[in-house]
Write a protein of this length. Structure first.
Lengths: 127, 127
DNA sequence: GTGCACTATTCTCTTAATGTCAATAGATAG
DNA sequence: CTATCTATTGACATTAAGAGAATAGTGCAC
């Protein structure tokens, strides 16, 4: 029952719950871009790749929805894969040129974010 | 007219607009904790401190609202300051013990976030 | 052959957070 | 006396996220 938002830290910390901070979710979009740049993939496989990146608390339906929205933006494209699945057909996504462009902007934003976080750490350690 | 969310990267990049990624906003809460740990302050002064940290696109009312919510959580407390203002009375906030506790959890989360971003950079540079 | 676990995706409803802007008002300089 | 800067609040609209039900194919054990 992940519930995000204001006051996350205490709720997550005091009880060892599966709540994630809003930060994790806001990394989802660029993370999917990066993963799909590495290689095409479908929702279910991306879910386990997210797990490998310690983004374990994101709800599957959020990932699927995000992929659909990214396809609407034409950052990614997909085809149905009916053969070679271990279950029902899967939708395999790949990055488009526009998606690569979006990833470039996102990369800059991630750099900026790292800088801000580093400044915060500096302030924390100072005190 | 900052509009966040899905597709931020292209909207922000293609036109040089004042749109921020969802990442920036999700740093607001821990940033306010850090700034108030450094020293007590009021909303208006915190706004310029956020500017100094390159978090320029966050709307003032969002900052004020966040402060009020953090006070409800008892992470911070406030008093009205009627003297020594350069305008109307200001509400001066300071960190509570619970706020320090929250900051500790947030610090861990920021470390985790930095790690994830670094992993993403590694993947980006590899490709 | 049927029941179960795993794979795989979509849809919908609810709740929470953000965006935006108007309103209010004290202080100060010209 | 009015424009600008300081300072905060409140309300409303919009967007995103959380959660779970529904659907369905595959493969294995019994």
């Amino acid at each position: 029952m992940p519930r995000r938002g204001r006051g996350w830290a205490m709720r997550a910390g005091s009880r060892g719950e599966e709540i994630h901070s809003p930060l994790v979710v806001s990394l989802l979009e660029p993370t999917l871009l990066v993963l799909l740049k590495e290689q095409p993939g479908h929702g279910y496989s991306l879910l386990s790749e997210l797990n490998a990146l310690d983004m374990t608390t994101i709800h599957p339906s959020v990932v699927y929805r995000t992929l659909r929205e990214m396809e609407t933006l034409e950052w990614i494209e997909s085809d149905w894969d009916t053969d070679q699945t271990q279950g029902p057909p899967r939708r395999t996504y790949r990055l488009t040129a526009q998606g690569e462009e979006a990833l470039r902007y996102w990369t800059q934003e991630l750099e900026k974010t790292n800088l801000i976080i580093d400044k915060l750490f500096a302030k924390i350690q100072k005190g």
